[in-house]
Write a new protein. Sequence first.
Length: 274
Amino acid sequence: MTSNLPWKTIKEYKDILFQQYKGIAKISINRPHKHNAFTPLTVQEMSEAMELARQDTSVGVIILTGEGGKAFCSGGDQSVRGDGGYVGDDFVPRLNVLDLQRQIRTIPKPVVAMVAGWAIGGGHVLHVICDLSIAAENARFGQTGPNVGSFDGGFGASYLARVVGQKKAREIWLLCDQYDAQDALQMGLVNKVVPLEELEATTVAWCEKILEKSPLALRMLKSAFNAELDGQAGIQELAGNATLLYYLSDEAKEGKNAFLEKRKPDFSKFPKFP
Ligand code: S0N
């Protein structure tokens, strides 16, 4: 899968590509020889790029993908799996993909999974957590945990069940079958299926549509969708956005200004909406 778009490299990494085109940031796992399996370093780099994309006010939407056209991501790299997690150069076992999952979930910008080839194991969970998933016709989806001695009982189970329903989610985990792109579309696991050659153009077209929309409205919607499912953390996210909006109002500014001017605030002029 080659790109015809003039993506600009934002920062050089070892395991990922981090690029931008217009207001679209693209984070791409670049380990095609391992079907884009992730190590602690891969995840650390993805996390940093995700944070950079969050902080960059010119970025309105993020694409998550994998290089090579044969795999989105095949999960944790089993060759560096140690006793307590995945082991990097510092010999410390980690499961830092869980932090990345929460980042994708809470970043106040839409994240779109662009899936070609395998989305398997922890790689499957990554696409599930993204706000939207666009799949190439060659995409294959599934969980492998019970085959390889692991499981994701967090978003990988509960949020998957919210997406495809309890029976289907249990089938996916208990049987560890693989599903093609049309199966995925039918069960609501992906939003659209396109030929591989059209995957990037379609994903970018969707992102461009998103970029035309009100960023604050998108931000509120993402946190509203999350709030229903994420308990106190979800309410904190939604409430943080409500605070952001309130800060922008003259009413909130009157409170701040009165404090700085050492006077009593005058909120009388602000309407008491019904
Ligand atoms: C994807 C599969 C089905 C593709 O098969 P295919 O096309 O026959 O290709 P292969 O020849 O198998 O693969 C090509 C090369 O890539 C290597 N490779 C592929 N996947 C991995 C991987 N995950 N780790 C390391 N190497 C990988 C192959 O070895 C091969 O290399 P060469 O040619 O040198 O032999 C097939 O590849 C497959 O089944 N892959 C493994 C999928 C898998 O089981 N992934 C791990 C699943 N678990 C997780 O991801 C858990 C991590 C996690 O996110 C987590 C989260 C929360 C809580 C717990 C966990 C947890 O740790 O459990």
